[in-house]
Design a protein around this ligand. Structure first.
Ligand code: CA
Length: 228
């Protein structure tokens, strides 16, 4: 699953440099040149991570980070702040405004990419290519394969992403709307009952291996992946 990275940066040369490096890492870069531009994009689709420049024309990066953290829908999007400021107080202010990490310009693209990977792994483990195991299930994102009890099973792309998300977030209950945000990337344009359709397909695929019980329905709340 390709992570969409929203780059909020007003300097075209840095935008270009970042877009190039992001694409090299196999992620997709979306450019926004100010905070308003960024909001327009976010209202349309939730990015998986935001690279946010501190100094922007109009509303600052810190203001945008606060706004993102205050909104239920955007609260959990990982943010890495870019800044020319080296002052320790600025760093603290950046992190307090809700950034997950902070990097000072001029930065090494290699270091920034390493930090992007680390933040994605921490905040969105379903974006990682590492093989995940849970009980009798083994899922390999790189090979797009699922081994259930020793048998390879076929899953559609959405069921695959859904199972990947569940396996990296076990034992927690997720509402349909949370699953849409996490697995579909957005809740705006998809109906909640779509989730039920894909859950049903996922269970059907797991049933021959006797593993359909891993996906539990929690009445009135949503779904949970549990090996217990
Ligand atoms: Ca700037």
């Amino acid at each position: 699953m390709t992570a969409n990275i929203l780059v909020v940066e007003d300097e075209p040369a840095i935008q270009e440099l970042l877009a190039f490096n992001i694409a090299q890492c196999g992620y997709r870069a979306i450019a926004a040149y100010d905070a308003d531009n960024a909001w327009t994009y976010i209202n349309h689709a939730l990015p998986d991570l935001i690279l946010l420049d501190w100094m922007l024309p109009g509303s600052s990066g810190v203001e945008l980070a606060r706004r993102l953290r205050a909104d239920q829908r955007t609260r959990n999007i990982p943010i890495i702040m870019l800044t020319a400021r080296t002052d320790e107080r600025d760093k603290i202010l950046g992190l307090e405004s809700g950034a997950d990490d902070y990097i000072t310009k001029p930065f090494s693209p290699r270091e920034l990419m390493a930090r992007i990977r680390a933040v994605l792994r921490r905040r969105a483990p379903q974006m990682s290519d590492e093989t995940v195991t849970a009980g009798e299930l083994e899922l390999s994102p790189a090979m797009h394969r699922v081994n259930a009890n020793g048998t390879m099973i076929d899953l559609g792309p959405t069921e695959f992403r859904l199972l990947h998300f569940f396996m990296t977030h076990p034992e927690r209950v997720y509402s349909r709307s949370q699953l849409l945000d996490q697995v579909w990337g957005d809740h705006v344009f998809v109906e909640e009952r779509t989730v039920d359709v894909h859950i049903r397909r996922l269970r059907q695929a797991l049933e021959p291996s006797n593993l359909d019980g891993l996906i539990q329905t929690v009445r009135g709340s949503g779904y949970r992946f549990s090996c217990n």
